[in-house]
Ligand binder design. Structure first.
Ligand code: ADP
Ligand code: MG
Ligand code: MG
Length: 886
């Protein structure tokens, strides 16, 4: 049977999201449960992938099916494309599986041409409306289909308003709009070299192709990369008959949420504009009125709308974000979806829904986007400093959080300033989807125009970035990169602070403080812990980070990098002394100075862990990292070491490597200088014995991890050093303390030979940063230079250092786990690279059976939640070793 590429709304349902996209599936669902939805059909995401497979062409089969469905829609609506009695007008709307607000394109009022405009102008006795529709159509079609600059059209509108001495679009009359329409068409012809298409079917085919193409526009690609959405999904296209919100004052259009998307409060929140269409609300061109005012203007439609809201929430069992239009007092639903929300709102809504009996704990855990939690873990304003500060203005609290940064006026500047380490706040008249990269780079966003549902607000909430919008009090001078507020001028580079929870704007820098897990956050995390099957540890090298991580729920340390301790000012002379040593005795003498310091570090870490386990990794980086490069510092070092400058230079030259990442580092250091491994073993074991003596209630089992192992004999050699030193110390202390020796797997050879190593190793920890580098054969520090080109050419979709390359590196890890377990079923398996805190990578780790992930302290709650979601989605037969041991 031939593939079916089109579905009427009445043929689909909410479960067909993969095929129909989120918007299409929900339009179908709303149709089926009897809501007032203008009818239409959906062209599937498979048609989109087919379009790309066919070399960006709509093939004959799909074209024929589209024509068939136009016929069907004409029958359903009783209207006909291009008809001069009863013309059919439609919108053409994109809609992917995952919602990507504002990232792709929509065209309204398609089907209009000179004759049809005249007809509807006369029929409706409302020429202003008819011409408004037409000029909007030309504008959107030109922009989307032909990529004719939308700036220029806006300029024409501005000129027209100026000429007429008005400030609002709605004040332009039919003749003005008619003039604009012909100006637009002239512009189209000048740019494209052909007349604006008048045949509705030709218009429709152009629009469908444009939506397919918009799947690959640059902002959609950036958005997908940020949100882990695969490029292979494609977008569906919805063709829907129009409902008109711009036919007069008894019409309007709005956007609403069944609960507050910023706080989660159970109260309808939304915005409404009378005599308006489509993007007018979200574009932030006019500032809309709160939805509650709609009750006075449109009591019937509002009552019906409230009823719809209730039904939709009950149906989807989640907060809904809806778009609707009122045409002559009658309500039409145009969209519903599970609303995007801030992390705080997500937690409150999930808990409320559990308490309301709408969902269970598992569903609550599953409905929270782990990436969002980040915003709750990052700093808020210091209340003491905040008390002293006076806001210079207050606007809409569009996306919560605290932001403090220097003012910049363009998205490009934001990117550039942030790249050189500056904290910035992006101040814009209004944001457009093209600004997305600049928004990502900013601490906060402040806009002059736009409401709570404006583009800036929606995108900022999705990213967890603070946003204050609609600050009309700002007199903006974008050209000269400054603005005036309350009589004061603010220039580029001036400090500003934004409170996205209150909408307050401060003309100064306000310090921020750390957050904590409590209340609803704590409830959700407790549920997550109940359902997850992997352990979650942290990467930490000092007691402060350790304590922070424990507060965030870390069950131990999965990676303690000992070199970070050596870099401290009082340690580095001893390390340098060791490097400069000519004999083993000299080296041992230098190491003896380091030993008590290192032991002290470990004791402090163990105390901060309060009995939780810690994996200590032996010295890893190449030694040249510990010697100076500047002439001046070299002279100082020579003096400290009692050697000549020439000697020091010779030593430094001797440390030079062509490729330090692949040089004399990791366990290779222990092979050449076994005394380093001896010293580190003594420090770990003595620290554990001392802490055990102070805390008999804890069971200390120190874990020593050998980095950069590639071969069993190499590991066995270093391990023998560790065990001989450790056994002797433990025996001398009259203790029966157990300890573990394991290795990192970060060299592909170790992964390939995991079955050799496993019988001798207590645990493997996949060092996915180095492993990724070595599997790909490019270094993390150099990849930045060419990865962008790879994204552009669609060779890679995401940074393999941020998100685990499951197909390549991930497969190697999965195999190494299998091979390792085949010879040692008890080998404990974990991951300690950056990926340990990336939700999609954590889910992968669950699926391949790792016992634990280890990540930076601020990612611990994210990993806990992601691990729980993975376990809820795909439960394992048994709890991992790590969890059983807890
Ligand atoms: P986005 O995905 O960017 O929200 P939509 O496809 O939802 O884009 O379209 C944007 C807006 O256009 C809608 O919110 C709605 O106001 C308007 N719109 C779309 N289709 C119709 C329609 N058939 N009738 C009236 N308005 C429509
Ligand atoms: Mg929409
Ligand atoms: Mg490494």
């Amino acid at each position: 049977m031939a593939t079916k590429f089109l579905y009427l709304f009445s043929e689909g349902n909410a479960n067909m999201r993969n095929l129909l996209g989120g918007k299409g599936a929900n339009l179908a669902e709303m149709t089926n449960i009897g809501m007032p939805v203008p009818q239409g059909f959906t062209i599937t995401t498979e048609a989109c992938t087919q379009y790309y497979e066919d070399g960006e062409k709509i093939n004959d089969e799909i074209q024929a099916e589209i024509m068939e469905y136009i016929d069907k829609l004409e029958k359903i609506t009783g209207k006909k494309f291009g008809d001069l009695e009863n013309p059919l007008l439609v919108s053409v709307r994109s809609g992917a599986r995952a919602s990507m607000p504002g990232m792709m394109d929509t065209i309204l009022n398609l089907g209009l041409n000179e004759q049809v405009v005249d007809v509807i102008a006369k029929q409706s006795n409302n020429p202003r409306w008819a011409w408004d529709c037409y000029r909007r159509f030309i504008q959107m079609y030109s922009d989307v289909v032909m990529e004719v600059g939308k700036k220029y059209f806006e300029q024409l509108i501005d000129e027209m308003k100026e000429k007429k001495g008005v400030t609002q679009d709605v004040e332009l009359n039919a003749d003005d709009l008619k003039t604009l329409a012909s100006q637009f068409k002239a512009e189209y012809k000048a740019k494209i070299g052909a007349d604006f298409p008048s045949d509705p079917k030709e218009q429709l085919m152009g629009a469908i192709k444009a939506v397919f193409r918009s799947w690959n526009n640059p902002r959609a690609i950036v958005y997908r990369r940020m949100n882990d959405i695969p490029g292979s999904w494609g977008t569906a296209v919805n063709v829907q008959s129009m409902a008109f919100g711009n036919m007069g004052d008894d019409c309007g259009t709005g956007v609403a949420f069944t609960r507050n998307p910023a706080t989660g409060e159970k109260k309808l929140m939304g915005e409404f504009l009378t005599n308006a269409q489509g993007e007018d609300v979200v574009a932030g061109v006019r500032t809309p009125m709160p939805i509650q005012e709609m009750a006075e203007k449109f009591p019937e439609a509002f009552a019906q709308f409230q009823d719809v809201c209730q039904k939709l929430e009950d149906h989807y069992r989640d907060m809904q974000d809806m778009e609707f239009t009122v045409e002559h007092g009658k309500l039409y639903m145009l969209q519903t979806r599970n609303g995007k929300r801030t992390a705080a709102a997500a937690l409150k809504i999930a808990c409320d829904l559990v308490d309301e009996g709408m969902i269970d704990e598992k569903k609550a855990v599953a409905m929270i986007d782990p990436r969002n939690l980040d915003t709750l873990l990052h700093p808020q304003f210091d209340p003491a400093a905040l008390k002293k500060a006076t806001p210079i203005a207050t606007a809409l609290p569009a996306s919560p959080g605290a932001a403090c940064g220097k003012i910049v006026f363009t998205a490009d500047d934001a990117k550039e300033w942030a790249a050189r380490g500056e904290k910035v706040c992006l101040v814009r008249l209004e944001t457009s989807p093209e600004d997305i990269e600049g928004m990502v780079a900013s601490q906060g966003i402040l806009t002059v125009r736009g409401g709570m549902t404006s583009h800036a607000a929606v995108v900022a909430r999705g990213m967890g970035t603070c946003c204050v919008s609609g600050c009309g009090a700002i007199k903006m001078d974008e050209e000269n990169k400054k603005f005036e507020l309350d009589g004061k001028v603010y220039q580029e580079g001036d400090w500003i602070s934004l409170d996205g929870s209150t909408g307050n704007i401060y003309g100064e820098a306000i310090p921020t403080i750390d957050a904590s897990i409590s209340g609803e956050f704590g409830r959700i995390m407790a549920w997550a812990d109940k359902y997850r099957q992997m352990g979650v540890r942290t990467n930490a090298d000092n007691p402060r980070d350790t304590a922070q991580a424990v507060k965030f729920g870390a069950e131990g340390i999965g990676l303690c990098r000992t070199e970070h301790m050596f870099f401290e000012e009082d340690r580095i002379p001893a390390i340098r002394e060791m490097i400069c040593s000519d004999t083993v005795e000299q080296r041992e003498k230098a190491l003896a100075k380091l030993e008590p310091m290192q032991q002290g570090d470990f004791e402090a870490m163990y105390e901060a862990l309060e009995g939780r386990p810690m994996t200590v990794r032996f010295l890893d980086p190449p030694l040249h990292e510990f010697v100076p490069t500047e002439e001046e510092d070299i002279a100082l070092m020579a003096k400290d070491m009692g050697k000549s400058v020439e000697d020091i230079k010779a030593i430094i030259a001797g440390l030079h490597e062509f490729n330090p990442m692949m040089g004399h580092r990791g366990c290779r250091l222990s092979v050449t200088f076994p005394e380093i491994a001896r010293m580190q073993t003594r420090a770990v074991i003595k620290a554990a014995l001392a802490v055990q003596a102070r805390h008999p209630e804890w069971t200390m089992v120190p874990e020593i991890m050998i980095p950069l192992v590639g071969e069993l004999k190499e590991f066995a050699y270093v391990k023998s050093i560790v065990t001989s030193v450790a056994d002797e110390l433990i025996k001398a202390a009259g203790s029966d303390m157990k300890y573990k020796v394991g290795n990192m797997i970060e060299i592909p050879r170790a992964a390939m030979c995991a079955d050799d190593i496993a019988p001798h190793s207590d645990f493997f920890s996949f060092g996915s940063n180095d492993l990724t580098q070595l599997v790909f054969g490019f270094s993390r520090d150099d990849a930045g230079k060419f990865l962008d080109a790879y994204y552009e050419k669609k060779i890679y979709e995401s940074d393999p250092f941020a998100r685990l390359d499951q197909h390549g590196v991930g497969r190697l890890i999965a195999n190494a786990c299998r091979w390792g377990r085949s010879t040692n079923p008890d080998v404990k398996l974990g991951i300690c690279g950056e990926h340990g805190g990336d939700p999609s990578s954590v889910m992968f780790c669950h699926d391949i059976g790792l016992d634990y992930v280890s990540c930076s302290p601020f990612r611990v709650p994210i990993a806990r939640l992601a691990a729980a979601q993975a376990a809820i989605k795909n439960p394992r037969a048994t709890e991992s070793k790590c969890r059983r041991a807890m």
